[in-house]
Structure formats: structure tokens, C-alpha cells
Ligand binder design. Sequence first.
Ligand SMILES: O=P(O)(O)OC[C@H]1O[C@](O)(CO)[C@@H](O)[C@@H]1O
Length: 520
Amino acid sequence: MSDVTTIEADVPERYADAVQTRLRRAADEDIVGRLWRKDGTLWAPEGTPEVTNRLGWLDIAERSQEQLAELQGLRDELLRDGYTDAVVLGMGGSSLAPEVFRQSFGKADTGLTLHVLDSTHPQEVQKYLDTLPLETTLAIVSSKSGGTIEPLSMYKAFSERIDSTHFVAVTDPGSGLEELANAKGFRRVFYGDPDIGGRYSALSAFGLVPAVVAGYDVAAVLGSAIGAQEECQGEQGNAGLWLGVTLGELAKAGRDKLTFVADAPLSSYGVWAEQLVAESTGKLGRGILPIADEPLLDPEHYGDDRVFLHVATAQGSNAAKVAKLKDAGHPVITIHALGPTDLGRIFYLSEFAVAVAGWVLEINPFDQPNVQEAKDNTNRVLKEGSAGVDAGSLSELTDSLEPPAYFAIMGYLPYSSDTEAAVARLRETVVEKYKVATTWGYGPRFLHSTGQLHKGGPKTGRFLQLVDEPGQDLEIPGEDFTFKTLIRAQADGDLETLRSHGLPAVRITVGDIDAIKEQL
Ligand SMILES: O=P(O)(O)OC[C@H]1O[C@](O)(CO)[C@@H](O)[C@@H]1O
């Protein structure tokens, strides 16, 4: 057991020495004090960009409390004006926390029905345009940089159909999106903190605007985050420090597949944590690979590259399976949670832990050096057209497949529960047959999440790209490419980038995902 109150640890004895030694070193080197004093040399040489100006999240929950009255004012105004729905148009850090809030809280009595659109698949965008009651829908265009191609394309599609007063922007001061919002007369512009990067922005305006508009108890979410902030102050009983040191040391010992088991109603935690962990740690050939939503199996199916993080609630149904994992000697860390308002605490502890793990792994957790490559390749395909893609063959991925390799499935497909169920069956087959960890992400969403680790992390990934032939296309007003061209250029660009890193990457144009299992 650790000496912290909110986290329970079952870490096998053989790793305990490394964790204790590292905790002593953290105390000797005043890691917590230096983190709070925003000393960037914890992670990178003095003067490195994207370090000291990326630590605003440390006390953002306190500062966000001051924004609540204004946000609640917006919600009241929208309800008075007859609004019924709100849709977030954003990617990565600008969409994933709202998505976890949405799935965890559900529909509140006192707010708008929240939706999150973070896809460029024409069928997916069209679905929202067709099914939302557009006359009573608020569109929240969310982008820190204000220049990301996906939210701007989604904005363009919506702007043809709804009036400017139906839009609000969430962005950092001085961005192109701020300028656009002012020029077009958006209802409001809300600002993020420029000293916080996208994946650390959950408790700033990026998470809060959608959550307040949806009527969720954001004051309680922030209260739980402030509780965690207090827990992360000193050397003793510091849950975030302990978690980061443990995850870092386990990764160094080869347990670098952090497998989330999140109980209802917090089952979607992994989709947010995935970006935090992968984009922060996956670089310089190192990193912790987050595994979200993988079917949970019996211990014998797992290699010794796993560590399990159980977000446990009273309603959860995973306890018996997790107990078996502990008994079999897999490291298991349990974070106990009461319900959705605990998300503030869980987000905060995760953020602090990942910052500490960055120190252990000797990487800068606040940059994303490899994300740009896929974006550049996409832009080139958009400009010059595709030179045609060699699909490759599945055996490139399965030949001598064993831990510590991992099998990544990336679907440039419309979102559907049928797809997710078929992918879950495929993942289960891969784990059972090869004992390797599997990941799954919708493209282009995963490009802003695990995409960084795929290229920058350990070169152990095998990549299966799934694409379809969309039956319908959708114009992007003002652009000379359509959504169908954009998503295919993103898929082509990513395949090319993976291969340029010497990584095995194969494309399958899907009809029946279940049929892939037979070829493994
Ligand atoms: O909020 P923005 O600037 O649109 O960026 C979206 C996402 O893209 C990235 O910058 C890179 O993938 C993420 O870190 C970020 O959360």
C-alpha cells in the first residue's frame, strides 16, 4: 500500500525498490518544490520552448472558479432564448474533456443537450448537420491555436446553415479563431490560458464552457480538482508524485502499457487520458502507451509489459477481474471515485502524475515534436494529390508479433457502436493470440492523441489502418477540397509518416471488420 489516501497500489515487490529510490531522489532534488516554482529544468535545458509557459494548469481550477458566474450567465441566456442543444467542434484537448464530461454526467435537467463532433468523416459531419435541431443549437468552436484544420472545416460546414449568433468560440487570446469570431459576430469569445497546452486544458475554458452550458455541476468538479491540488503539494502523501514516479519506474522496467479499466459512469476516462499520456510521454523513443477500452481478459492473456489503472466506483463491475490481475502479479493501481464530480480530482492527479513521469523518463512532457509531420504530409497530399498508396499485407503486422510490440488499429471511419463492437472483438482476438497490447482510435481524432507516441515513442508499434469509401461527400465552403478528400489525405499522410519512421503500417478498406480476424 502507498501512503496516500486516494490511491491504492498493488505493485509487486520486485518494483518497490526502484519506486522508493526514485521517491527519495525526488525529495533530495526537491522535485515537487521545483514543479510548483515552475522550474522548467526538471524536464529540459533552460530556455527550451514549451516548458515553463506550459504550467498554468497547476492552479487553473482555482482561477476557473472566477469564470463560473459568467458561464452560468451564458447558460441562463441560452435557455431563455430557447436553445436546446450545444455541439463542440474541436479536436484533442479541445474536445476530449467535454466528451468525458458528456458521457459521465449524461443529460442534466438544467442545461442544453451536449454533443461533441471531432471527426472529418463526411458521413459523421453530415449526421450532426441532419440530426441536430439547428435553429436551437449552439456551436462551440474550440481550438487553442485557432488554426487547426478540423474545427475550422467543421465551422465552415456549420456556418452555411446557422447564424453567427449561434456560435461561441473558445480559444487562446490573439488567435485566428478570435479574429474570425469577432469579424463574424459570434455570440461570445471565451479565452483559454496561453500558459496551458491543449491536453492539460480540461479544467480551463475548454472543458468548462461545454460543461456549464450542459448544466453539469462544474463547481463540484473544480472543488474536487482543488482537493487534488492540495494533495499534490508536499513530498509526503503526495498522490500525484507517487503515481508519476510509479508509472515512470514501471515503464523503465518494461511495464510501459498503461491499461485503463474505468468503471461506469466514468468509463470514458481513457479517451481523455490517452491523449494526456501518449502526447506527453511518447517521444525520443520513450513513452508510456495508454490502452483504453480494450476488452478486459484473464491474466494469462497479458504479457509482462502491462500496468493496470483502475478507476473504481461503487457501480463498477470490474473488481473481480481486476483482483485476478493482482493475484497474478500484474501491477494494479486503483483510484477510487464517487461519481462524475470526481473528474476534477482524477484529471488533476493524472496531469500531475504525467508531469512527474516526464521527469522520470527524462523527456519534456509539454511538447509534441512529431505531430507536425503527419499534418505536413496531409497538407502535401491535399496540395499535390495522392500518389496512390500501397496497402501492404497483414502478415507484415503479425509476423513474430509478441510483447513488447503493440498492435494499433486506426479507423478513419464514421463513429458507430457496431464498429466499436467489431473492433473490440478484433482486439480480443489479437490479445488472445499474440499477448500484445492493442489500441484503437478513430482518425483523425487519434492523430491529436496517440499519434505523437506512434511516431515518437518506442518503435514497437504495428499499425493497421482501416478506411472506407464514403458513399456521400460534403463540401467545405471556401475550400477547394471536400471532407472526403480531407479525411483520405489525413489517412494517406499518416500512413506515409509511419512508414517513413520504418514502422510497419498496413491499410485495409473495410467492409466487414470481423472478417479481418480470420486472417490473423
Ligand atoms: O486546440 P487546438 O489548437 O485546435 O489543437 C488541438 C490538438 O492538436 C494538438 O495541438 C496536436 O495534436 C493537440 O495537442 C491539441 O489538443
